[in-house]
Write a protein that binds this ligand. Structure first.
Ligand code: HEM
Length: 480
């Protein structure tokens, strides 16, 4: 009754019939929820309401946003910008990581720190470093092409550790790399936020470990000391470098230096700085790595696209030059290719869920306060009204006037803080690989090429999409 009164006569967005008590829980598949949401929008939507789908999970309403128009309206022009807090991630030590921060003062402070350090203009200063990391990537692949996946991960990590800590990764037993890998393993072993009993029934975290259903909490607690190292070790390391006068400029060194000079009156409290730094790693490494892997997959599956891009690089730069950021505007096909990597398979296909902070009415449909809003980025980039043959990797679509994707970095007040940096990392990585290597399928025992499948690890709450079974060979095409 209370629910109906608060809706003031407006219906919820359309959706499939509900199961008693459990709502739509049974419907949401364990794999590729983004495709399920996309298909659902075709079945249940009528003209205008195609854009949002309503899914109920116990105690929560989920609104799936399947069109750029609805995403812009709901996430840019109105305030639905909070996040789902995960008790389990909090127990692990990620409670203050921005991706889980609710709307409020702490969020504003963290976003301000990032906006200052990662603005479009500021990111121009990091280009030389990103270029150097791309050159290191090429050297590493040339030395051991069979380990290309490792090298791409080191590239993704190295660009972030240089940005955040001023630290270059030169060896595979690097201390920062180890911390980052250990944390990645912890996150892999923990069930995704919102999908476990501790997040659904927060009182579970106070129960003793023998109590049924508390295993995720026990696991998360056991990871806490490992996660703490990413907060403590860099601060200790950089303070030591500042003492010796050898610290490189970085996000953390800038703020630690600010504290040394201004003490308590420094704009950002030390604790907030300590918590803001690793969040850039958490949000930036896997997404950058996944984008480079999606590019590799596209090149194996679409060899003619690869050849066209390489022909453009050779023709415009000559056969003995390596691309720099100054060449970006002069390589239109490479640009289309990068944009198509973002659109074809998005590194974060369902974004990071937003939470609505107020009741709202959108196109005659009621969106209750506390709803979880999922931006189905994948659904948006498959919109057949916008993209012809949307499942095909076709950079030429942009030459025919189809628009670049506007959704892969999210929307509104929670749009990706690292988007300018991420875009530069992706572009220089892709352009440099295209100039130096040819990516092709491995040859099987029967002498035939083994074409990888378009398969990914996915699932609701697994934010990053990573191609699986990538057996490819990378051959050097020029020695610069
Ligand atoms: C190609 C690589 C990347 C992709 C596709 C990507 C995509 C996204 C998406 C979809 C979101 C959620 C936006 C929303 O809620 O509407 C996000 C959030 C975020 N990203 Fe990225 N990202 C990438 C790289 C990076 C990098 C390199 C950094 C840091 C240098 C970064 C920092 C962040 C942060 C801090 C947030 C959280 C913002 C918040 O909750 O307010 N991202 N990203």
């Amino acid at each position: 009754f209370r629910d109906r009164r608060s809706r003031r006569g407006y219906p919820l967005p359309p959706g499939p019939p509900l199961d008693p008590l459990i709502g739509h829980v049974r419907l949401i598949p364990a794999e590729h929820p983004e495709i399920f949401f996309y298909e659902l929008s075709k079945t249940y939507g009528m003209a205008e309401s195609l854009e949002a789908e309503y899914i109920a999970i116990p105690g929560r309403t989920m609104i799936i946003i399947n069109s750029a128009k609805a995403a812009q309206e709901l996430l840019e022009r109105r305030i639905h910008s909070s996040r789902v807090f995960s008790d389990m991630y909090d127990l692990m030590g990620f409670g203050k990581v921005i991706a889980f921060l609710p709307y409020g003062k702490t969020l504003h402070m963290h976003r301000k720190m990032y906006n200052e350090y990662l603005s479009r203009e500021k990111c121009l200063e990091y280009r030389q470093m990103q270029f150097e990391e791309a050159e290191r990537l090429v050297d590493n692949i040339k030395q051991s092409p069979e380990l290309f996946e490792d090298h791409l991960f080191v590239y993704a990590t190295g660009t972030i550790t240089r940005l955040v800590y001023g630290h270059a990764i030169l060896t595979h037993d690097d201390k920062y790399l180890k911390i980052v890998r250990d944390i990645g393993n912890c996150m892999l072993q923990c069930p995704p936020p919102g999908s476990n009993l501790v997040d659904l029934i927060p009182i579970m975290k106070y129960m003793p470990s023998w109590f049924p259903g508390t295993y995720p909490a026990t696991l998360a607690r056991s990871f806490h000391p490992i996660v703490q190292r990413i907060y403590e070790y860099p601060v200790m390391d950089i303070n030591d470098q500042l003492d010796k006068g050898i610290a490189h400029k970085s996000f953390l060194s800038t703020h630690l230096q600010g504290h040394r000079e201004q003490g308590e009156s420094y704009e950002y409290p030390l604790q907030e700085v300590k918590e803001a730094a690793p969040a850039l790693y958490v949000a930036g490494v896997d997404t950058t790595f996944a984008t480079s892997m999606i590019f590799i997959l596209a090149m194996v599956l679409y060899p003619s696209v690869q050849a066209t891009a390489q022909e453009e690089i050779d023709r415009i730069l000559g056969e003995d030059a390596t691309p720099t950021f100054d060449d970006r505007a002069g390589l239109p096909y490479v640009e289309y290719l990068v944009q198509e990597v973002y659109r074809w398979h998005n590194a974060a296909p369902t974004g990071i869920p937003h939470v609505s902070t107020e009741d709202d009415v959108y196109e005659g449909m009621f969106i209750p306060k506390g709803s979880i809003l999922i931006t189905n980025i994948r659904g948006i980039t498959l919109d057949e009204d916008v993209y012809s043959n949307p499942h095909t990797f076709d950079p030429s679509r942009y030459a025919r006037g189809e628009p670049y994707s506007s959704s892969h970095f999210g929307y509104g007040r929670r749009i990706c803080s690292g988007r300018y940096f991420a875009d530069a990392s992706a572009w220089i990585c892709i352009a440099t690989i295209l100039a130096n290597f040819t990516i092709s399928p491995i040859i099987g025992p029967d002498g035939k090429p083994v074409i990888p499948k378009e398969e990914f690890n996915t699932g609701l709450g697994k934010y990053v999409l990573l191609p699986t079974g990538m057996h490819v060979q990378i051959l050097t095409r020029r020695n610069l």
